[in-house]
Design a protein around this ligand. Structure first.
Ligand SMILES: Nc1ncnc2c1ncn2[C@@H]1O[C@H](COP(=O)(O)OP(=O)(O)OP(=O)(O)O)[C@@H](O)[C@H]1O
Ligand SMILES: [Mg+2]
Length: 265
C-alpha cells in the first residue's frame, strides 16, 4: 500500500514491479461510485488469473463498501494460506480457480479531499509503504540527456528551481501542477521542440516548453509573476516571440465570437 503526495510514483512503481516480474497489472481508479459487487468481480478475475490490481486513490471509496472489501480480501487471503494448498476456493457464490500469484495493491494520497479513513480490518491486510518526493533535479537531468540536451545539468537545476519558486510564489489554484507529472511532460515537450527547431539554443527551447505548457493555465495575475521568474532564472536569454500562425488567428477569432477577454502573453 504505497502512500504519499501526488506524483511521487506510487502507481508507476507498482506497475513497474509487476512488469519486472512479468505479471499483468490492472490499474483501477477508485471513486465514490464503487460498489462491493464490482470489486467482487474484479477480485474473481485476479485470483483466477494470478494478475495484480493497483487500486488507485483507494481511500475515495465509501467506508461501508471498504468494510465489505476487507471481508472479500480476507476470504482470498485465508484461501491462499490454506494448508495443504488448494487450487480452488469459494468466492462470491461460485467456485473459482485460485492462482497464488494474484496480488492487490492500493495507493493512497493522504491529503486527498473526500478521503475516508480505512477501516482497521482493512489496514491490517496491507503492508504500508511511505513514498517520498523524489529528487526532481536528478530525474530532470537524466531525462534532458535522454532527449538530446547537452547542457542538462544546468538546465535541469534551473527548471526545478523555477518550478519550486512558481509553486510558492504564484497564487494557489487547484489546477496548477508543478509536481513530477508536470515536470515530466515539460521535458518530453522540450525534447520534441528541440528536434523540430534545431536552430534554437537549448535554453530557449526549454523556456518555450515551460511557457507553452504553463501559460494557458495561469490566471491573469500570475502571468507577469511567471515571466519575471523566467527572466530571473535565465537573465541573459533573449526569448524570441513565437509565431503560432493560423492557430493564433483562429484562437483570436473564437475569443471574439464567444465574447471572451483575450489576455496578452
Ligand atoms: N522517482 C521517479 N523517477 C522518474 N519518474 C517518476 C518518479 N516518480 C514519479 N515519476 C513520474 O511522475 C509521474 C507520476 O507518477 P505516478 O502516476 O506514479 O504518481 P502517483 O504517486 O501515483 O500520483 P497520484 O497520487 O497523483 O496518483 C509518472 O509519469 C512517473 O513516471
Ligand atoms: Mg497514482
Amino acid at each position: 500500500a504505497p502512500a504519499g503526495p501526488a506524483g511521487t510514483g506510487k502507481t508507476e512503481s507498482t506497475k513497474d514491479l509487476a512488469k519486472a516480474l512479468g505479471i499483468y497489472c490492472i490499474v483501477f481508479n477508485c471513486s465514490e461510485q464503487i460498489e462491493y459487487k464490482m470489486m467482487a468481480r474484479l477480485f474473481s478475475g485476479l485470483v483466477s488469473q494470478g494478475a495484480w490490481a493497483c487500486l488507485d486513490e483507494f481511500n475515495r471509496i465509501d467506508e461501508e463498501v471498504l468494510s465489505v472489501i476487507a471481508q472479500q480480501l480476507l476470504t482470498i487471503r485465508f484461501a491462499l494460506l490454506r494448508s495443504p494448498p488448494t487450487d480452488t476456493f469459494e468466492f462470491n457464490d461460485s467456485t473459482l480457480k485460485l492462482n497464488p500469484m494474484c496480488g492487490v495493491f492500493i495507493t493512497m494520497n493522504p491529503g486527498y479531499e473526500g478521503r475516508t479513513e480505512l477501516p482497521d480490518n482493512l489496514v491490517v491486510l496491507f503492508r504500508p509503504v511511505a513514498m517520498m518526493i523524489p529528487n526532481y533535479s536528478l530525474i530532470a537531468e537524466i531525462m534532458l540527456y535522454s532527449e538530446g540536451f547537452d547542457d542538462a545539468p544546468v538546465l535541469s537545476a534551473k527548471m526545478v528551481h523555477l518550478y519550486k519558486l512558481a509553486s510558492e510564489q504564484l497564487s494557489q489554484q487547484k489546477h496548477y501542477d508543478f509536481g513530477m507529472r508536470a515536470v515530466k511532460s515539460v521535458l518530453v515537450m522540450a525534447g520534441a521542440l528541440k528536434k523540430e527547431y534545431s536552430k534554437l539554443t537549448e535554453d530557449v527551447v526549454l523556456i518555450r516548453a515551460m511557457r507553452d505548457s504553463n501559460i494557458p493555465k495561469f490566471l491573469a495575475d500570475d502571468l507577469p509573476r511567471f515571466k519575471a521568474l523566467i527572466q530571473d532564472m535565465f537573465p541573459r536569454v533573449n526569448i524570441p516571440e513565437v509565431d503560432y500562425g493560423e492557430l493564433q488567428a483562429q484562437t483570436e477569432e473564437s475569443i471574439a465570437i464567444h465574447r471572451l477577454e483575450p489576455q496578452p502573453t
